[in-house]
Design a protein around this ligand. Structure first.
Ligand SMILES: [Zn+2]
Ligand SMILES: [Zn+2]
Length: 236
């Protein structure tokens, strides 16, 4: 799943299905590059996430010292996914049924190509995924997610959402927007995770269809949350 942002207001969608071959050349900020290298050389930690029968067993791998990357994915899979209606969860049932029972999720700060995530086709998996497959005898799938980019990504205008909520809410505006921000971030993380899972399960499906499904999933999850928690109908 891809979004290239030049840090201005414009957001340009690009395609992730060919692992970046058609992406625009990134404009990598030197500081971003240094941070990325730093993450790479200081090693990685892993977190095992068991989120119930409907989701695969996830081995999250993230740079040492960035435990919040793993904790955020855990919240997306364990708490947000379970809070959804069965209709919403059913949208990905077909893809999840075809997904390997173990999936390695490489959590990164950002991708140099600007994508929010990729699926890793068979044969391109990391050493960790290959080792897990050899040790367990299971088929192990792999995707990556750009956690910081997903956090900054705002397919819904959050400010407008927060304002709509605050207009009818007793709690303070700051409290409301912090709560909403976390919910939005973890819901977006779940939506990009499921988007990449669908690519893993159905490699031939066109990006447009996969993208439409994950966008609708995200919107419907956020709408329901805001309606139930705050009693606000939010139309886009
Ligand atoms: Zn995609
Ligand atoms: Zn990419």
């Amino acid at each position: 799943m891809a979004v290239a942002s030049n840090r201005a207001a414009t957001i340009e969608w690009v395609y992730d299905e060919d692992m970046g071959a058609r992406h625009r050349l990134p404009r990598v900020h030197p500081r971003g590059l240094l941070l990325q290298l730093y993450d790479r050389i200081r090693g990685r930690d892993q977190l095992l996430i068991q989120a119930g029968d409907e989701l695969p067993l996830v081995v999250a791998s993230y740079p040492k010292g960035r435990a919040w990357f793993g904790a955020s994915l855990q919240s997306a899979l364990c708490s947000i996914f379970r809070s959804l209606s069965s209709e919403q969860r059913a949208v990905y049932r077909e893809a999840l049924d075809r997904t390997p029972s173990m999936v390695v999720v490489e959590l990164r700060r950002a991708n140099a190509c600007g994508c929010l995530g990729h699926h890793h086709p068979p044969g391109t998996e990391s050493r960790l995924a290959r080792r897990l497959a050899a040790d367990t005898g299971l088929v192990v799938g792999e995707i990556d997610l750009a956690v910081q980019s997903i956090r900054e990504w705002q397919p819904l205008p959050l400010a407008a959402l927060a304002a709509a909520v605050a207009a009818t809410e007793q709690s303070s505006r700051a409290e409301t927007s912090a709560e909403l921000e976390y919910r939005r971030f973890h819901t977006a993380l779940l939506a990009v995770f499921l988007h990449e899972i669908e690519h893993l399960a159905f490699p031939a499906r066109p990006e447009q269809a996969v993208r439409r499904r994950s966008d609708e999933f995200y919107l419907s999850a956020m709408r329901d949350y805001v309606r139930v928690e705050y009693g606000v109908a939010y139309g886009i």
